[in-house]
Design a protein around this ligand. Structure first.
Ligand code: NAD
Length: 360
């Protein structure tokens, strides 16, 4: 049976970068992959057409899809909307919540050809390949009670950091399985010296490790993990952590690679259904100018093939094609430096397509 892929270009550079990724999806279909592509509106585009950042029609299509490819949402046009429920970001959060996409995979992978782009010394980051597994639908971002209220004559803000054993186990299993498919090392990041919720987190990870004897489990406090990520990032294989720590550490890890335009991500639920998107936003400052780097979105397609469609060979073929165009010296403006050839969004997409087809 054909597998359904919903493409949600979104706002800003979203339509430009997803157009390049769709070229690759079509080439995969030409290579024998049985997929059907649909397109929908989300974010500001959804608001403009239906007065909703997540129109009902889009949500229905998303629920029925095997995988979703999302560009990015947001932009100054919608920043002033008074009803925050109508803001573009709500489209994204609504998709995560409705599809229960609890497992966020954020690779930080530095192509050796781009080692110069990092703010760290090339020898510290060259060949970097980390996978951060972040819990996405729980923890302090969602915990109740929360709010700002008056207590003893002054305002007090409060949030609740909460995880159930089941939530920890669910994300833990994703991370252990990921480590099994990679180099067999898993580092669980917590603050178990201070926070009870992460004492439980550590206990559950320890218990799970008995089911994965081939994975070497270690633990690290989050403050040390932040330090180690910029000191010696290549010591990590897979990192698993909660929603807030993962939010912060994955952005730090992303910047080790020098360019936000290179990094894909996946968010998965228990059925293996996934939403795939670049880590960056809608970059309104460069939208419509052919300046956007489409590689993060193209690499998101590779993740989709690997983690939802189980087509590892095609995923590797896309990743090789990306490596190949970088070897050729082609660069969009964000990763260009002296001696390389600056290309537009579409030229980069076409070059990857050509390199993909050449591997036939
Ligand atoms: P951003 O990631 O859009 O842009 C940050 C900087 O990186 C900009 O200078 C931009 O030009 C550059 N950049 C980003 N992607 C690039 C690419 N593919 N190629 C070349 N350069 C690229 O972050 P921001 O400026 O903080 O946010 C802009 C809008 O995007 C806001 O409305 C924000 O809410 C939204 N946003 C959306 C998502 C998402 O859809 N997942 C994530 C983050 C931000």
């Amino acid at each position: 049976m054909s597998r359904k892929i919903l493409v949600l270009p979104g706002d800003g550079i979203g339509p430009e970068i997803t157009a390049e990724a769709v070229k690759i999806l079509n080439a995969c279909r030409d290579a024998g992959l049985d997929i059907v592509l649909e397109e929908g509106l989300v974010g500001g585009a959804g608001f403009d057409a239906f007065d909703e950042p997540l129109p009902a029609e889009t949500l229905d299509m998303a629920k029925a899809a095997d995988a979703i490819l999302l560009g990015a949402v947001g932009g100054p046009k919608w920043d002033k909307l008074e009803d925050i429920g109508k803001r573009p970001e709500k489209g994204l959060l609504g998709l995560r919540k409705n599809l229960n996409l609890f497992g966020n995979l954020r690779p930080a992978l530095l192509y050796p050809q781009l080692a110069e782009a990092s703010s760290l010394k090339p020898e510290v980051v060259s060949g970097l390949d980390i996978m951060i597994v972040r819990e996405l639908t729980g923890g302090i971002y969602f915990g109740q009670p929360r709010g700002i209220e008056e207590r003893d004559g002054q305002r007090v803000g409060f949030n609740t950091y909460v995880y159930s054993e089941a939530e920890i186990e669910r994300i833990g299993r994703v991370a252990f399985e990921m480590a099994q498919k990679r180099n067999g090392r898993l580092c669980s990041v917590d603050k178990a010296n201070v926070l009870e919720v992460t004492m439980l987190w550590r206990e559950v990870m320890e218990r799970l490790s008995a089911d994965y004897p081939d994975v070497e489990l270690s633990h690290m406090y989050v403050d040390n993990a932040a330090m180690q990520l910029v000191r010696a990032p290549k010591q990590f294989d897979v990192i698993v952590t909660g929603n807030m720590f993962g939010d912060i550490l994955s952005d730090a890890a992303a910047m080790l690679t020098g360019s936000i335009g290179m990094l894909p991500s996946a968010s998965l639920n228990e059925n293996g259904q996934g939403m795939y998107e670049p880590c960056h936003g809608s970059a309104p400052d460069i939208a419509g100018q052919g300046l956007a780097n489409p590689l993060a979105t193209i690499l998101s397609v590779a993740m989709m093939l690997r983690y939802t469609l189980n087509e590892t060979a095609l995923a590797e073929r896309i990743e090789r094609a990306v490596g190949n165009v970088l070897d050729q010296g082609l660069r969009t403006a964000d990763i260009a430096y002296a001696g390389t050839r600056k290309v537009t969004t579409a030229e980069m997409g076409d070059a990857v397509l050509e390199a993909f087809r050449a591997q036939r």
